[in-house]
Design a protein around this ligand. Structure first.
Ligand SMILES: Cc1cc2nc3c(=O)[nH]c(=O)nc-3n(C[C@H](O)[C@H](O)[C@H](O)COP(=O)(O)O)c2cc1C
Length: 181
């Protein structure tokens, strides 16, 4: 198992998803391929994104309770070939909505196996002097939680690599559970 390759793939205009995804991927401590940043439109047009990794950690923010529409064509360009993926939804502590289960559904359609899935909180993109939501998140504790989630995923792939089957409303990993603060 030690020669597995991982890759962080994310859409992250204000960098909160990037922080969570790279923290989780680093914690896996497998060979790490170069991060793939879907924020750049030209990257989203590429076919078979993430083709060289055995385990993908994929993150997108929640927009209107859903996966951002501009991310969906990139997901539809990915080819799972039965490989593992960990979908992560990052939301501004307003509403997670269906984003996480939507991502799980989309990746299954592409032929991926879902190893784990989770939601994390990031500062709401609309935060300003007058409107503050989840300010400065992810904070120290969020990143600590992301790291330990990565460690749990590593244990799972090494000792009980089973696909998850259900998605609870907020977060689900079947045998890895993570609660939002
Ligand atoms: C257009 C738009 C819609 C959003 N909709 C939601 C939402 O429905 N629920 C929520 O909690 N946060 C929502 N957010 C906040 C983002 O999910 C949150 O700030 C996230 O951390 C941004 O990720 P990023 O820093 O990787 O871009 C929205 C942000 C934008 C720009």
């Amino acid at each position: 198992m030690s020669n597995l390759k991982t890759q962080a793939i994310f859409f992250s205009p204000t960098n909160t998803t990037l922080k969570i995804i790279t923290t989780i991927t680093d914690a896996l401590k497998f060979e790490k391929l170069q991060d793939f940043n879907l924020t750049f439109p030209s990257k989203r047009e590429m076919v078979n994104i993430g083709a060289d990794a055995d385990i993908l950690v994929f993150g997108a923010p929640v927009y209107g309770g859903k996966v951002p529409s501009m991310v969906i064509p990139a997901i539809e360009n990915m080819i799972g070939n039965n490989r593992w993926i960990v979908p992560i939804a990052v939301y501004g502590n307003a509403r997670l909505g269906n984003a996480l289960s939507e991502m799980v559904y989309l990746f299954r359609e592409q032929g991926f196996r879902i190893l784990a899935a989770a939601s994390f909180i990031g500062e709401h993109s609309f935060t300003s002097n007058d409107f503050k939501l989840a300010e400065n998140r992810p904070d120290f504790d969020d990143l600590k939680s992301a790291r330990s989630f990565g460690h749990e995923i590593k244990r799972k792939i090494e000792y009980s690599p089973l696909e998850i089957h259900t998605i609870a409303q907020k977060t689900d990993l079947s045998n890895i559970e993570r609660k939002n603060k």
